[in-house]
Design a protein around this ligand. Sequence first.
Ligand code: SAM
Length: 488
Amino acid sequence: MTEFEMIAKTFQGLEEILAKELIDLGANGVAIGNRMVSFKGDKALMYKANFHLRTAIRILKPFLHFKADSADDVYEICRKVDWERYMDLSDSFAVDSVVYSEDFRHSKFVAYRVKDAIADYFRDKYGKRPNVSVANPDLTFHIHISHDDCSLSLDSSGESLHKRGYRQEAMEAPLNEVLAAGMILMSGWDGKSDFVDPMCGSGTIPIEAALIAKNMAPGLFRSSFAFEKWKDFDRDLFEEIYNDDSQERDFEFTIRGYDKDPKAILTAKRNAKAAGLLDTIQFEQRDFKDFEPVKQRTVIITNPPYGERLVEDNLLGLYEMIGERLKHALIGGEAWIISYHYECFDKIGLKPSAKIPLFNGALPCELRKYEIFDGRYNDFRGGDRRLKKDDLPTRRSSTLRHKARLAEKQEAKEADKPFRNADERKPFRKADDHKPFRKAEGGKSFHKSDGKKPLRKNKSGAKPFRKSEGGAKPFRKTDKKPFRNNRK
Ligand SMILES: C[S@@+](CC[C@H](N)C(=O)[O-])C[C@H]1O[C@@H](n2cnc3c(N)ncnc32)[C@H](O)[C@@H]1O
């Protein structure tokens, strides 16, 4: 099959882990950009990317690169595109735009001009124009402009890929599924030990952990992908990818999700049931202060509350308790905690061995790793086992926000050279010489340095999906119809 260029979009901070996922999936020419990874592959890879990637939010297929320095130029060039290669008059469409350019002040205006060009193309030919649909278009085009470099792409995903399809309900502030999966993959947890999220809310982290542990595709529960409406959709090919469960594996350890709020536990159970994972995850209403010492090696990944009001919500007291429990109940294990305020991290009172900047939505956060050693406490700072003031600079949250704003400004300036120069970009390291992604402060890597590849190793334990759980049945194989209905 012919290879073509693709772009996987993601959140800031997840680019390297996404690049690794792509390499594992068989992508060529993988190159990291800003909140995106470009790569090459054939149609099968495009379907697989949508179906298997845990840290991508959408997959774009660029089909035209050109230079323009005004919205009118963009219109003139788009007017000459043979739009019928991609859509019919009866299809509805939408146009998204991302613009980093002084020449194009209003990204929406560029999108309007592309829409005009598509509408005029059809009107000239048939006397009618296709419908624009914002909510549920058959096709979505993207125009990306960096200075005068313009790229037109087709969106192969449709709804953001974080919408896995298992979420029935959400509690307040659920973690984005892509971010949750990214945190787990960054930790290197590969299902070879116990796993706990002691403040699991609607269960996103334990559910993503279970999908990773069993190597189940995150796209299993989606009702559709945008490429299913494309003119060249190869139903047999996608059906083959969709029904291939040969890489799934058994999971022999325990995943637990706790929350002190009984409603959260009910919601988490509903979501896990919809993912067919109710038997894989043990959910229980429990306050973290009652977290009992683990009996075997356990990895904790969690996002505790981190609202704006440090004092009123007694957030500092909560983080102090978290530190105390980790120290006494997680001996020999490790904890990964995402939070927003430095003051909260300081209250944990343990020395982090890694600090990774990540965005949770618009909030500039950090994911910190804590390794809890057996008894010797060398890594707990100071006589009272609390962090000494000069070990880590005591920065204020406002500093963190300020840094993030500066980074965003810088980013906008750099105008992330998007699609066309993918080949010129620094190629991503090959999977086999894969090194820890980023150095933590203090020179320690946050990623395990044994270079272990977490996924797709355990072929032997592959088990048909449908046998797994008592939860809602996924589409695959359980239905009479082996495959979901596609368009129209
Ligand atoms: C930010 S939310 C977690 C969201 C979750 N990751 C999700 O995707 O839905 C924080 C959760 O911590 C829980 N929580 C707060 N204090 C707790 C405690 N002491 N013990 C256990 N859970 C607690 C809250 O009930 C809330 O559900």
